[in-house]
Write a protein that binds this ligand. Structure first.
Ligand code: SF4
Length: 280
């Protein structure tokens, strides 16, 4: 008989919960239509559920003629917010407070003359939005290997990290920069919820036979959780929903660990747990 253990931190973080609550309130209170630019969170089931409630999704502002635009928890580029306001669209800001804290740190550092390095992915909406506010004094690197390609990092350097980056990655970049720049100011801007979830997933992965990580395939924090579990040596499956389990060669009579990304709703986790319990 299999055993299923569920991580206590699996599922929605407070930033995602807040964004969904703001979106639902906006749809209920009207006047509509209410749009998000891209999916409100990286989870197709939740996006579909909210669409049925009336939350529309647009790929760009050009598709929106009137109504309200919700800024997602990742934030949005400066130009998008300015254009939405200039076109008299109602802007509802659901940017996560931790993303805003990161942006404030970056803007303070830029204002004080620091060249700012964000440890993160420049293509991720959170980072690209912050880069758009900070301007040319700010750049993003994924990891320490990318630093040699960066110019002008010998003077005053400010260092921060995308909220969902690992602390280890930030530490590695800091260790390298401290040798080459004249002054460095580092802010620990990673998200506590992400750090706790990742630590719990690693611990669980060391104690179970199989890890099942539930969340959107396009969710970087879910992918990173699955990578963390696999690094600890557990056989790891990244799935979006319980239906996918039927396609996989899941072993029987073993201990399963289940965790989920920050944008995975509890009902999807519960369905996965029930399906694993029925495996035998
Ligand atoms: S993962 Fe962290 S930073 Fe991102 S939305 Fe959730 S609480 Fe905010």
């Amino acid at each position: 008989m299999s055993e299923v253990r569920v991580a206590s931190n699996a599922g929605f973080c407070f930033g995602v919960e807040r964004a969904i609550e703001l979106a639902v309130s906006a749809v209920e209170e009207g006047p509509g239509p209410v749009y998000t630019l891209g999916p409100i969170i990286h989870n197709p089931q939740v996006v579909e559920h909210l669409r049925e409630k009336g939350l529309m999704m647009a790929k760009s502002l050009e598709e929106i003629q009137k109504g309200a635009v919700i800024i997602r928890s990742h934030g949005a580029p400066k130009g998008v917010i300015e254009e939405a306001s200039s076109r008299n669209l109602k802007v509802i800001d659901a940017t996560c407070p931790l993303v805003n804290r990161l942006k404030d740190r970056v803007m303070d550092l830029v204002g004080e003359g620091y060249k700012v390095v964000i440890v993160g992915d420049s293509d991720h909406p959170e980072v690209s939005a912050i880069l758009s506010f900070a301007g040319p004094q700010c750049l993003a690197v994924k990891n320490v290997e990318e630093l040699p390609n960066c110019e002008n990092l010998t003077g005053k350097v400010g260092l921060v990290a995308q909220t969902t980056q690992s602390l280890k990655n930030l530490q590695e970049v800091a260790s390298h920069l401290v040798v080459i720049c004249s002054e460095i100011r580092v802010y620990q801007t990673t998200c506590h919820s992400t750090n706790t979830r990742s630590a719990e997933a690693r611990k669980m992965a060391r104690e179970v036979d199989v890890m099942v990580v539930v969340g959107g395939k396009n969710s970087s924090n879910t992918r990173r959780l699955a990578d963390a579990a696999a690094e600890e040596g557990a056989t790891t499956y990244h799935i979006e929903s319980a239906e996918e389990l039927a396609q996989l060669d899941i072993p029987k009579n073993c201990v399963f660990g289940v965790t989920a990304g920050a944008s995975t709703p509890s009902w999807v986790i519960e369905e996965v747990v029930a399906a694993l319990q029925s495996i035998g």
